[in-house]
Design a protein around this ligand. Structure first.
Ligand code: G6P
Length: 608
């Protein structure tokens, strides 16, 4: 959700900003722009559309060793050249880039307009540029501080001043801002992906914090003008993890990276002595775990669906009631927080505003929140009272794949850990450990079927207007996630239902033009799932079965069959979800879609 990049040092800033924006483009691609400060003054270049539009209009030589860059996901004001960041004050002295929403922008703008200010865009950000320029303070950081004291809302901002070319000022409240420390140069970005090619030493700003970046280093202060002390963190992800590695799309690379990603999630966490899981970051001794009477998982989008699967796994393994809820809905219904309920916040980016706000709401009311987070050191990870890092590695494509799968494993590990403290027997624990360790290889076996799945996607899904996805129990959320993948990257309308609900409404829409992807694991509900298939067949609806091998009743009835290896029933959803990713991917490619950057979406939604 809006990418921010900034640089101050000895090198030409232009190429650094542009390569940073390329890394950050997945955060928003409605427009992009850069501002550079040089002896010649402050120059701004910006354009509506993808980064390629900006590249086209940039002059060959870009002067300046200080600058900021932005890639936008529109909130206030439609995508246009005028609404693209950076935004300046009227004199062209101050340039600002911003991620977030200034809630009192209309009031501030009206006040500034009555003081004679003229605005060129519809954005809330332009108000900031005017406020900073109008400040009576001298130093840029004090101007920014004064302006921010008047502001309500969320922001990650970076500001340059033509008249103070020795500094770059950044601030954060609710939107990520990460400093990168170089050799006599400093960087700033909204995501480490834009920093890794320059440095591994980073500093995460906290809310209501301002940083002044100079060539030789940085200092931080609070909005109340108190200095703060920040310890740099060393990041482990290298630049190579952000390349496509010969794949046509990041999405395909990330789908194929799942075996190794799952190995990382499991590494060092299977305790063979007690056939349990070892989760060092939980910070919850067994005695406290025994007191838990209920578990509530909170997340958004695919993370929420992962939470739904996780809830099913945890409840099955521990017999502790567990459910998942969309983070924003939870937060706004004035939730009752109880002492013996454990809350879990699940997020790939660790920056999703609604998930963070839900976790904060729980903590404000005295509850404990564990994070299930992929991005190490991210805001949600730091906010939580402990947690499990997913370790899927950087995920670039907007649609989540490997993090979804690895989050399921993280929940399974947690379920095993808690289950072995409660009801799960050593024998059952051993079987689960074996099954978890076998998953990476089994995922490889599913990925080997990519060509056959491509054929099914093209033949049965890509050219229909609509599709149904059905599943039961732990596979219902897999159906939801499969339908979500199909919608978001191929734009084929797809709806998921618990298979049992088909006959209560959706069956009215089943026809030869409406295929159904049916998840049919060989478990206790197999016969019931077969009945659903019959109901669809009776209405001449095509069925694509995603199932286990060995039941001819499925092969005889389905129009296409994808078989995945069998694992412990509680883990079946993990393997059944992989073909659905490939179906969506191949349908999207067949339709010529922008797979990695689907329209209207952004990877990390850091606004409400
Ligand atoms: C956005 C993305 C989704 C993602 C969701 C939650 O909506 O487009 O793919 O699942 O945010 O993101 P998180 O980083 O919290 O997992």
């Amino acid at each position: 959700m809006c990418g921010i990049i900034g640089y101050i040092g000895k090198q030409p800033a232009g190429p650094i900003l542009m390569s940073g924006l390329r890394r950050l483009e997945y955060r928003g691609y409605d427009s992009s722009g850069i501002a550079l400060v040089s002896k010649g003054g402050l120059k701004v270049h910006k354009a509506q559309g993808k980064l390629a539009q900006l590249e086209k209009l940039l002059p060959k030589r870009l002067a300046g060793t200080l600058g900021i860059g932005h890639t936008r996901w529109a909130t206030h004001g439609e995508p246009s050249d005028a609404n693209a960041h950076p935004h300046c004050d009227e004199t062209g002295r101050i340039a600002v880039i911003h991620n977030g929403i200034i809630e009192n922008a209309p009031q501030l703008r009206a006040r500034l307009e009555s003081d004679g200010h003229t605005f060129l865009s519809e954005t809330d950000t332009e108000v900031l540029a005017h406020l900073i320029a109008a400040s009576g303070e001298e130093a840029l950081e004090q101007r920014v501080r004064e302006a921010l004291l008047a502001v309500q809302g969320t922001y990650g901002i970076a500001v340059v001043d033509r008249d103070q070319p020795d500094r770059l000022v950044v601030a954060r409240n609710g939107s990520p801002v990460i400093l990168g420390i170089g050799e006599r140069e400093m960087f700033v970005a909204s995501d480490v992906s834009a920093l890794v090619r320059h440095t591994r030493q980073v500093v995460h700003l906290d809310d209501r914090e301002i940083a002044v970046l100079e060539m030789g280093g940085f200092r931080t202060l609070t909005l109340d003008d108190q200095p703060t002390d920040k310890q740099p963190l060393t990041i482990s992800a290298g630049q190579e993890q952000y390349e496509k590695d010969g794949f046509d799309h990041y999405l395909l690379k990330e789908i194929h990276a799942q075996p190794e990603a799952c190995e990382r999630t499991l590494r060092g966490r299977i305790d063979r002595q007690f056939n349990t899981a070892h989760l060092g970051g939980l910070d919850l001794p067994p005695r406290e775990l025994l007191d838990i009477r209920r578990i509530k998982i909170l997340g958004c989008g695919s993370a929420y669906y992962a939470g739904m699967v996780g809830a099913n796994m945890i409840e099955t393994l521990t017999r502790v009631p567990c459910d998942a809820e969309p983070a924003a809905e939870f937060r706004y219904r004035n939730p009752v927080i109880e002492k013996d309920v454990l809350y879990m916040a699940v997020s790939q980016s660790g920056e999703t505003f609604d998930t963070l706000a839900a976790a904060q709401e729980v903590q404000r009311k005295g509850g404990r929140v564990l994070g299930v987070v992929n991005a190490v050191g991210s805001t949600i990870a730091r906010q939580c009272d402990g947690g499990i890092y997913v370790h899927a590695g950087p995920e670039v494509s907007v649609a989540s794949t490997k993090t979804f799968t690895c989050s399921l494993l993280a929940f399974a590990l947690f379920g095993l850990h808690l289950g072995r403290i409660r009801d799960v027997s050593p024998g059952e624990g051993r079987r689960l450990c074996d099954a978890l360790l076998a998953l990476p290889e089994q995922i490889r076996q599913v990925l080997d079927q990519s060509d056959a799945i491509q054929q099914i996607a093209v033949e049965h899904l890509a050219h229909n207007h609509s599709a149904f996805y059905i599943g039961r129990a732990g596979c219902y959320p897999i159906a939801l996630e499969g339908a979500q993948k199909m919608k978001e990257i191929s734009y084929v309308h797809a709806e998921a239902y618990p298979a049992s609900e088909l006959k209560h409404g959706p069956l009215a829409l089943v026809s030869p033009e409406t295929p159904t992807v049916a998840l049919i694991p060989h478990d206790d509900l197999l016969e019931k799932s077969l009945s659903s298939v019959e109901e669809i067949r009776a209405r001449r609806g095509p069925v694509i079965a995603v199932t286990h091998a060995g039941d001819t009743r499925i092969t005889e009835r389905a129009d296409a069959v994808i078989e995945v290896p069998k694992t412990e029933s509680v883990l079946d959803p993990v393997l059944l979800s992989i073909p659905l990713q490939l179906l969506a991917y191949h349908a999207a490619v067949a339709l010529g879609r922008d797979v990695d950057q689907p329209r209207n979406l952004a990877k990390s939604v850091t606004v409400e």
